[in-house]
Structure formats: structure tokens, C-alpha cells
Design a protein around this ligand. Structure first.
Ligand SMILES: [Fe+2]
Ligand SMILES: [Fe+2]
Length: 285
């Protein structure tokens, strides 16, 4: 079994400071095997914002795996945007744009889906996919996770949201090398489901988990939140921990089981039932 704390869209420059302190407090007693940060560390890719974001990340559990988001590329300085888009990110966060975490049970790979030529959509390229596919194919029997800033498909309530171009094609390639899980952010909406909820023809499932904005004021009708994820070979539990005014609290717990056809949602516990530990079968597919 492995645990992942999945935070996203910190947006230093548009920070909600009490929420940020609350996140540190909530993670203080926790020891995830990995902390994933799926992009948008900053609001405008400024040096000060990167410095503040890194000081913040130093106060959170390690090891950490970080990928950049579209806000981590300069927006108004066109020379920097097109000629050195990730220079500050590489100087101040990590030089590694395809970070890897691997232990005896789990392989996690991060890829940069942000591009200079678009402010919103996500892109991957052949070279990135070849790297990830080769590493995943070699990790027989491990739980396999890909991290990108942009999600591969949108939540049902925002079908027009910006996602990774060609997501269906990439997910087919990822499922062929038995990737179990993709983690992303960008939309500031917490959402998770099997890829077959969007791409019906897929033979094998990949579970997509999207995080809300952990610490920024750029909320889109949802509270700040992050995901506490527990994985084992055929089981994945996603606990959304949302800001409740004074602290982060568990707001929704969903349990998935996988078989040869993919991930199936078996239990979901909404916020008003968490305390009573009432569970109900939902959406058995
Ligand atoms: Fe964002
Ligand atoms: Fe973003």
C-alpha cells in the first residue's frame, strides 16, 4: 500500500494565506509516501512568487514530485515566454521536467503539459510519451501513476474545459503499458473517474484524479481542497480534504476497485455521512 498527498494550483501571487497555513497544519502529522504537486505553483512565474512557493513546499512532507503548469510560464514577457519559458522554473524549482519517483511498489512519472503557444490547453509530445511509456513498460507489477498539470478529460459539469489535446490517444497508449492512475489539476475542480466514462471504447481503465486549488483565491465555486490517495494493486481510495473555514476536513471519500476492464466506483461517503461512517454502494458498474 502507498499513500500520495496530491496538491495542485498553489498560485503564489494569488495566495489565500490562512488556507496555506491550514494546509501545512493538515499535512504536518501525515507521512505520505509521496507529495505530488501538479502545477501552477505561481500566478505569473515571477521570481518572488517562485521563492515563496519553494519556501512553502519546504514546510510540506517529502519526497515531492513537482510538474509545472501554464501559470509557471511567463505570460506578458514574450521573449521569455517563447525563448526561455521554463528557465525560472528550472532555476528555482527543479531542472527536471520529467521527474520520476520509484520504490518497490509504485512508479510515478511527471510530464510538463504547459506550452508557450497556448495559455490554457495542455500538450504532450512524442518524446515525452516515449520516455513515460518505456519506463512504465519496464515497471512490471508496480502501481503506475502519471502526473500532468492539465487533465486528460473534463469533469461532466464543465464539458468545455481545457484539457490535454489528443487525450484519448495518449490515454490509450498509457493504458497499454498498464498505467493505473493519472493525477492533474488546472481546472480548480476536484473530480475523479475512470477514463471509460469519457472514452467508451477504451478496453482497460485508467483512473483520472483531478485536484482543486489547494491554496489560491482563484476558487471556481468550490472550496480549496487537496486529495489524500491510498493505492494498492487493485484498490484506490480518494479522500478529498476541503477547507472548512478553519481547517481542512475530509469532504468526500470514494473507493475504487479495478479488474481487467478498469476501475469501478464501489463506495462513496459524502460530507454529512463521514462522521457516522455510513457507506452506501453507488454507481456499481
Ligand atoms: Fe491553476
Ligand atoms: Fe493551470
Amino acid at each position: 500500500m502507498r499513500t500520495i498527498a496530491h496538491i495542485s494550483d498553489l498560485h503564489f501571487g494569488r495566495l489565500d494565506a490562512p488556507v496555506a497555513e491550514g494546509l501545512i497544519a493538515d499535512l504536518a502529522g501525515r507521512k505520505p509516501d509521496l507529495l505530488v504537486v501538479s502545477g501552477d505553483l505561481t500566478q505569473r512565474a515571477r521570481r518572488r512568487q517562485y521563492a515563496d512557493a519553494m519556501a512553502f513546499l519546504k514546510r510540506l512532507p517529502s519526497p515531492q514530485l513537482v510538474v509545472p503548469g501554464n501559470h509557471d510560464i511567463p505570460m506578458f514577457n514574450m521573449a521569455a515566454r517563447f525563448f526561455t519559458p521554463v528557465r525560472k522554473y528550472r532555476q528555482m524549482v527543479t531542472r527536471d521536467l520529467r521527474p520520476v519517483y520509484e520504490d518497490e511498489q509504485m512508479l510515478v512519472i511527471g510530464l510538463n503539459s504547459a506550452r508557450s503557444f497556448t495559455r490554457i490547453s495542455g500538450w504532450l509530445n512524442r518524446e515525452q510519451m516515449a520516455f513515460a511509456e518505456a519506463r512504465f513498460a519496464a515497471a512490471k507489477g508496480k502501481f503506475k501513476v502519471l502526473v500532468t498539470h492539465h487533465p486528460f478529460f473534463p469533469p461532466p459539469r464543465r464539458p468545455d474545459a481545457n484539457v490535454i489535446r489528443g487525450g484519448e490517444k495518449y490515454l490509450a497508449a498509457l493504458s497499454a503499458v498498464e498505467v493505473d492512475l493519472v493525477l492533474s489539476g488546472h481546472l480548480h475542480l476536484a473530480y475523479h473517474d475512470d477514463l471509460r466514462s469519457h472514452f467508451k471504447a477504451s478496453r482497460r481503465g485508467v483512473l483520472s484524479i483531478q485536484a482543486g486549488t489547494a491554496t489560491s483565491t482563484r476558487r471556481r465555486g468550490e472550496p480549496n481542497a487537496y486529495n489524500w490517495i491510498t493505492v494498492s494493486p487493485q484498490l484506490c481510495t480518494v479522500a478529498v480534504r476541503a477547507w472548512a473555514g478553519k481547517a481542512f476536513e475530509e469532504s468526500l471519500v470514494t473507493r475504487y476497485e479495478s479488474d481487467e476492464s478498469g476501475w469501478h466506483k464501489i463506495q462513496q461517503v459524502p460530507i454529512d455521512q463521514v462522521g457516522a461512517e455510513v457507506m452506501s454502494d453507488v454507481n456499481k458498474q
